[in-house]
Each structure stands twice: as C-alpha cells, then as structure tokens.
Design a protein around this ligand. Structure first.
Ligand SMILES: [Zn+2]
Length: 162
C-alpha cells in the first residue's frame, strides 16, 4: 500500500503535505544487498519526523514501512518531511488504537453507528470509525466518560474486551 493511500485512510490532517506527481511513480528504488538505499534527504527527514514521538517509532522502523513507490515519490518531493511526519504519527496512532488507547487529541465524545460512543478527534456521528477494527477483533475501545447506553448503542460489552 502506498503512503499516500495509508494517509488518506487514516483521516489525518495531511493538508501540509506535498503530493508527488504521478510521473514519479515509475521511478525504481536502488537496492543494495536486498536493502533499499534511501537518499540522505529521506533519511534526514525520517529522523526529524520521529522526533517528539516519545520513542514510539524510530527512523529505522519508519524507513522500513515505506514501499518502493513511496521512496520514489519522496525522492522526487522537494520536502518529504510533512509526508513522513504524518506517516510516523499515523503508525504510532495505529499502535495506540491496537492497544485500546485513544491517540493524543482523540478526546471528543463521538458516535459510531457500529461501535456506539467512542473517542474521536471531533464530536461527530459516523457510520464507521477507526475503532471498528478493535470491535471486530474484540480489542478494548476507550469510551467517553459519560457513556450512555441507549437504543443506538451496541451492547456495553461489545468491543469492550478488558
Ligand atoms: Zn466504529
């Protein structure tokens, strides 16, 4: 999956990122002994992208998550940092969610038609949400403090595995 596709599905504020042109998609990534060789611009940006994320992700891990298409697009990008920063945050937040922890800023009481009351980044009503994965895999879903059960809410135990 391409970085841009992942960022779009993560509902992240990527407005600051610069999208590489489709013309760059045909570029090939240099391989050295089976390991992608990244240009120093991407390595430096990846290091900066991980700063302030409390050690939840490192430059090395971030670089391994890039597909060859991502690398080609980032090499052609004048400033890969906004992309890599958004991607690093998305990876950390995905880890939080898989652990049943609301990512920073996800403190608003929202309602998902599938999960019921959930914590999201805004007070919204949605047909599906990032916590749906947790519900389907019986992983804990953090709930708003004022969890009200009504006819719109699923069973209080649904997706609330301890
Ligand atoms: Zn949901």
């Amino acid at each position: 999956m391409r970085l841009a596709d992942i960022l779009e599905t993560q509902s992240l504020p990527i407005h600051a990122a610069t999208v590489a042109t489709p013309a760059t998609q045909g570029l090939k990534v240099a391989k050295v002994a089976g390991v992608a060789a990244y240009c120093s611009k991407i390595e430096k940006a990846a290091e900066k992208a991980c700063k302030g994320l409390s050690g939840h992700i490192t430059q090395a891990v971030l670089l391994t998550k890039l597909s060859p298409d991502d690398v080609a697009e980032l090499e052609a990008c004048s400033d890969p940092l906004p992309f890599l920063r958004s991607f690093a945050i998305a990876l950390v937040w995905a880890t939080f969610r898989r652990d049943g922890i609301a990512p920073p800023g996800w403190d608003q009481a929202a309602h998902c038609d599938q999960c019921g009351p959930v914590l999201l980044w805004a007070q919204i009503e949605v047909a599906g949400c990032p916590w749906c994965w947790n519900r389907l895999h019986k992983v804990k879903i953090p709930r708003p403090k004022h969890y009200e059960i009504n006819e719109r809410s699923p069973s209080p135990t649904q997706g609330d595995a301890a």
